[in-house]
Design a protein around this ligand. Structure first.
Ligand SMILES: [Zn+2]
Length: 263
C-alpha cells in the first residue's frame, strides 16, 4: 500500500513541500520499538528538541547530499539499543525525513525530563563531524512545518553555547520553554555538538524569532503580547507562556505570528 508521505500527527498526514517524509503508513520499518516510548500525558506538545546522532564537535558542512539509507539504520538502531533512547524524527544524509510514530500521541525517550511535551529530531552526522548542506535545508523546512502543524511559535534559543544547559529546562523539562531547542540546552550530559550551532542558525535564517531563554526574554516579550491581546478582548493569563490559548487569541485577530503585535 502506497500512501502519501508526511509527518503523522493525530492520525493526519502533513506532507512537507519538496521533502520526502517516510512514516509508519508508507514504510514497514518506520516504527519505534515498544520500549522506546510512552504514550503522552499532555496534549500540548511545546518543544522541538534537535539532536545530532553522534554529537560530535567541531562540525563542518559538506556541500550537496550523502548517499541516503541512514534513516533505516537509525530506526533499526533505536529498536536494538539496550538503553532504549529514540527520537520520533530522523533526518537522513540525503535530506529526507523519517517519522517513526504519531507525533501527537507518542513521547519518545530522547530528552529525559522533556520527553512528555516534546518531539525529538535526530540529524544523521558523519563520523568526521560533517553534516550535509541538504540536511540543513531540511532543518528549515521541518522546523517551520513543526511549528505550523503544532501551532507552537517559531522561536529559538540563541544565546551562544556556554557549556551548560538552560537552568529553566533541567529542572522539570522547562514546562515554560516553548519553541525549538538543542539537546545541549536540555541536559548536562550532552555537549556542544548535540546538535551544534547550525540548527538555530538555520531556523533564525528562516526568520524564526530569536530569544535569550536564559534571560527570560521569551517570557517578557510574550507577557507584553498577552497584555496587548487582552486589551483587544482576550482573557489570557499574562504569564509569558505562548500556549494554545495565546495562539488561539492571536489567530482570532487574523495574526500569523507574535511579531505582528505592536511593541
Ligand atoms: Zn541528543
Amino acid at each position: 500500500v502506497t500512501t502519501v508521505g508526511g509527518l503523522l500527527v493525530g492520525g493526519v498526514v502533513h506532507p512537507i513541500d519538496g521533502v520526502e517524509v517516510l512514516n509508519p503508513l508508507t514504510t514497514s520499518w518506520a516504527k519505534l520499538g515498544p520500549e522506546d516510548y510512552k504514550m503522552r500525558r499532555t496534549s500540548w506538545v511545546r518543544q522541538f528538541i534537535w539532536h545530532t546522532t553522534k554529537g560530535i564537535w567541531p562540525q563542518h558542512v559538506i556541500p550537496g547530499a550523502g548517499p541516503g539509507g541512514k534513516d533505516k539504520i537509525l530506526a533499526d538502531f533505536f529498536r536494538g539499543d539496550p538503553e532504549h533512547s529514540a527520537s520520533q524524527l530522523g533526518i537522513d544524509d540525503d535530506g529526507s525525513i523519517v517519522c517513526l510514530c504519531d507525533l501527537a500521541t507518542i513521547a519518545a525517550h530522547h530528552a529525559t525530563v522533556s520527553n512528555d511535551h516534546s518531539v525529538g529530531i535526530e540529524i544523521y552526522q558523519r563520523g568526521d563531524g560533517g553534516i550535509y548542506a541538504v540536511q540543513l535545508a531540511t532543518v528549515r523546512k521541518l522546523g517551520r512545518a513543526l511549528s505550523s502543524v503544532f501551532d507552537v511559535p517559531y522561536q529559538v534559543h540563541t544565546r551562544p553555547y556556554g557549556n551548560a544547559p538552560l537552568a529553566r529546562m533541567v529542572v522539570n523539562g522547562g514546562l515554560d520553554c516553548v519553541g525549538h531547542f538543542g539537546h545541549r540546552d536540555n541536559t548536562h550530559r550532552r555537549g556542544r555538538g548535540d546538535p551544534g550551532d547550525y540548527v538555530s542558525a538555520e531556523l533564525r535564517a528562516d526568520d524564526a524569532e530569536s530569544f535569550d531563554f536564559l534571560m527570560r526574554e521569551d517570557i517578557n516579550t510574550w507577557k507584553r503580547r498577552q497584555a496587548w491581546l487582552n486589551a483587544q478582548g482576550a482573557k489570557l493569563k499574562v504569564d509569558g507562556i505562548a500556549g494554545p490559548s495565546t495562539m488561539r487569541a492571536l489567530r482570532s485577530l487574523g495574526l500569523r505570528e507574535g511579531r505582528q503585535i505592536p511593541d
